[in-house]
Write a protein that binds this ligand. Structure first.
Ligand SMILES: [Zn+2]
Length: 106
């Protein structure tokens, strides 16, 4: 029989527990996000371009995306949308949304 309790409930413990870093979830969401545009929802993923020597054509400006250039890949956020993946210059993708409804090409 012990006169002392080994642990007292400490409210600060609970607070500390809630700031524990979330595993993986946040990292994955940082790579791939959903953006709502005038033409629906899109999944957008940042691509570093490193390690790829493929060239893509940006549908925003109709120019080539040089190999190794960081850019974004987007596709419609519905099942099967992955097959519609397109590579965009990061700036062109942003501009596309800024153009507003009725002006988008995709
Ligand atoms: Zn472009």
């Amino acid at each position: 029989m012990s006169p002392r309790r080994a642990r007292r409930p400490d409210p600060r413990d609970k607070g500390r527990g809630s700031v524990a870093p979330r595993p993986l979830d946040g990292v994955l969401r940082g790579m791939e996000r959903v953006e709502e545009g005038p033409d629906g929802e899109w999944k957008v993923r940042n691509v570093s371009g490193a390690g790829s020597d493929k060239m893509y054509r940006c549908p925003g400006c109709d120019q080539e995306i040089r190999a190794g250039l960081p850019h974004v890949v987007s596709w419609p956020n519905w099942s099967g949308g992955e097959g519609e993946r397109r590579h965009w210059h990061t700036a062109c993708w942003r501009k596309r949304v800024d153009r507003g409804p009725g002006r988008s090409r995709y």
